[in-house]
Design a binder for this molecule. Structure first.
Ligand SMILES: *Cc1c(COP(=O)(O)O)cnc(C)c1O
Length: 415
C-alpha cells in the first residue's frame, strides 16, 4: 500500500477484518454471478443492439432503445412490465409518480414499515408544514404501522390496520433510511406481500431504493405489485447520471406511464436525447457494482467492529441493502470519519467536509461524497446527523479495492 500513508495499526486491523469476512465475500460473489448472468440473459433475450443507443428527439415516438430497455428491466426484475427513464428527476420523483398514479381521492395508503424515508414525508403530507401538492392535499389518507422493537414487520398490527383502514395501497420501505432498523431482504418483503394479498385486494408498493441486486430475487417476483427506485443508486451501476425506474404488474405500470407523461400518450413519448446507452450500460454493470458496494459495507463493518465500535449490520449478518451504520459515539469522530473518507475519494479528495444546517433536519449534518455524479450514493459516500446516536450511515463503492482505501483513511482519521 505504498500510495497511501496507512499506519501499521490500521493496516493490521484491516488485514484481520478482511480475513473475518472471506466467507461473506465468497457468498457475495455467488450472488453477483447469479444476478449478473440474469441481467446478461435479459439483454440477449431482448436482442439489445448498438443502434438502440441512438438519441431520439422531440416526442421520441417509436424509440426502440427506450422500449427494449423497459423489457430488459422487467425481465431482470421478474416483473410483468417496467419503465426506466433518465427523465425522472430523482428516486423521490419516481416514487411520487407511482403514488399519484395508483391512489385516488378518498383512498388510504398504509405504510407497514413505520414512517417512510425523509423525502417521502412531504409527498404524503405529514411534515406539518403545509406540503403543497401532497397526497393529503388531494384527499388521500395516510396511516402507518410501526415495525416491532427488533425492526421486524408487525404482522398482527398489520392485520388489524388493514381491517380498520381498508387501504388501497400497502407501502413497504425496504431500506433502513437514516434509522437503525434492519433493512428487509427480498424474501421478507415477499412474506409481507403474501400476508397482505391473503387479507385484501390492496396493491403492495415497495420503495426498493438500495435493495436492487443485493439478493437473488427482487420484490416484484415475490408478490410486490409495484416497485420503484433511483438510478443514482444500485440499478444505475454508477454510470447513469440521473433517472429512476418503476416495475411491476402490467396494468399498474401502464397507470404510472400515464402519470409520468400524460393520460392518452403514456410511455409512447419521451425523447431519450442520447441517454439510452448509459442506462443500458449502467443497468448491465449494476449487479457487479452492487457486489463491490456490499463488500465495501461488509469490510467497513468488520474493520470498525475490530476497532471496538458497534456496527449494524454486523459483518456476518444477512443484508437487504448496501447501507452500513457505524456508531461512533461522539461528534468529533463523525466529523473525523467523513473527512477521512473524503480523502480517499477519486473526485474532490482535497475538499474538507464540514457540518451544516440542512433543510428539514433538526441538527447539523455532515456528508462525505467524492463522486462522479452529484449525490450518487452507489459511489462511496457517508452522511451523519450530529446528534444521538452519533452514527454514520455509509454506502456505495464502485470498486472494493478503491473504496477500501477510503474506509481505512476514515478509521485512521478518527483516532
Ligand atoms: C434514496 C432514497 C429515496 C429517494 O431518494 P432520492 O434522493 O430522491 O433519490 C427514497 N427512499 C429511500 C429509502 C432512499 O434510500
Amino acid at each position: 500500500m505504498s500510495f497511501f500513508e496507512i499506519d501499521g495499526k490500521t493496516a493490521a486491523l484491516a488485514e484481520k477484518a478482511l480475513e473475518k469476512c472471506r466467507g461473506v465475500f465468497a457468498q457475495i460473489d455467488r450472488t453477483t454471478e447469479y444476478n449478473q448472468q440474469k441481467v446478461l440473459s435479459a439483454f440477449i433475450n431482448n436482442g439489445v443492439t448498438e443502434s438502440m443507443f441512438a438519441a431520439s428527439s422531440g416526442y421520441g415516438y417509436g424509440d426502440r432503445g427506450r422500449e427494449t430497455l423497459d423489457r430488459v428491466v422487467a425481465e431482470a426484475f421478474g416483473a410483468e412490465d417496467a419503465l426506466m427513464r433518465s427523465s425522472f428527476a430523482s428516486g423521490t420523483a419516481t416514487l411520487t409518480t407511482a403514488l399519484f398514479a395508483l391512489l385516488r381521492p378518498g383512498d388510504t395508503m398504509l405504510s407497514v414499515t413505520g414512517t417512510p424515508y425523509d423525502t417521502i414525508r412531504p409527498v404524503i403530507g405529514i411534515t406539518g408544514e403545509g406540503d403543497i401538492g401532497s397526497l393529503r392535499d388531494f384527499g388521500i389518507n395516510y396511516r402507518e404501522v410501526q415495525l416491532t422493537s427488533e425492526g421486524k414487520p408487525d404482522f398482527p398490527s398489520i392485520k388489524k390496520a388493514i381491517a380498520e383502514y381498508k387501504p388501497k395501497m400497502v407501502y413497504i420501505q425496504r431500506s433502513r433510511g437514516y434509522t437503525l432498523r434492519p433493512s428487509l431482504t427480498a424474501k421478507q418483503v415477499g412474506d409481507i406481500c403474501d400476508f397482505v394479498h391473503e387479507l385484501c385486494g390492496a396493491y403492495v408498493m415497495v420503495d426498493n431504493c438500495y435493495g436492487e441486486f443485493v439478493c437473488r430475487e427482487e420484490p416484484a417476483q415475490l408478490g410486490a405489485d409495484i416497485i420503484a427506485g433511483s438510478l443514482i443508486k444500485n440499478p444505475g451501476g454508477g454510470i447513469a447520471r440521473s433517472g429512476g425506474y418503476i416495475a411491476g404488474k402490467h396494468a399498474l405500470v401502464e397507470q404510472c406511464a400515464y402519470r409520468m407523461t400524460a393520460p392518452g400518450v403514456g410511455r409512447e413519448v419521451g425523447a431519450t436525447l442520447g441517454m439510452t446507452r448509459e442506462l443500458f450500460l449502467g443497468f448491465f454493470s449494476s449487479p457487479h457494482v452492487v457486489g463491490e458496494a456490499l463488500k465495501t459495507a461488509v469490510f467497513a463493518s468488520s474493520l470498525f467492529e475490530e476497532a471496538g465500535f458497534a456496527v449494524t449490520p454486523t459483518p456476518l449478518e444477512e443484508r437487504g441493502d448496501i447501507i452500513q451504520t457505524i456508531l461512533l459515539e461522539n461528534e468529533k469522530r463523525l466529523i473525523g470519519f467523513c473527512q477521512g473518507l473524503q480523502k480517499g475519494s477519486p473526485v474532490d479528495s482535497f475538499a474538507v467536509p464540514e457540518p451544516w444546517d440542512m433543510p428539514g433536519y433538526d441538527s447539523k449534518v455532515i456528508m462525505a461524497a467524492g463522486a462522479f455524479t452529484l449525490g450518487s450514493s452507489i459511489e462511496l459516500s457517508a452522511d451523519a446527523p450530529l446528534r444521538e446516536p452519533y452514527a454514520v450511515w455509509m454506502q456505495g463503492g464502485l470498486n472494493f479495492h478503491s473504496a477500501k482505501v477510503g474506509i481505512m483513511l476514515a478509521l485512521q482519521n478518527i483516532e
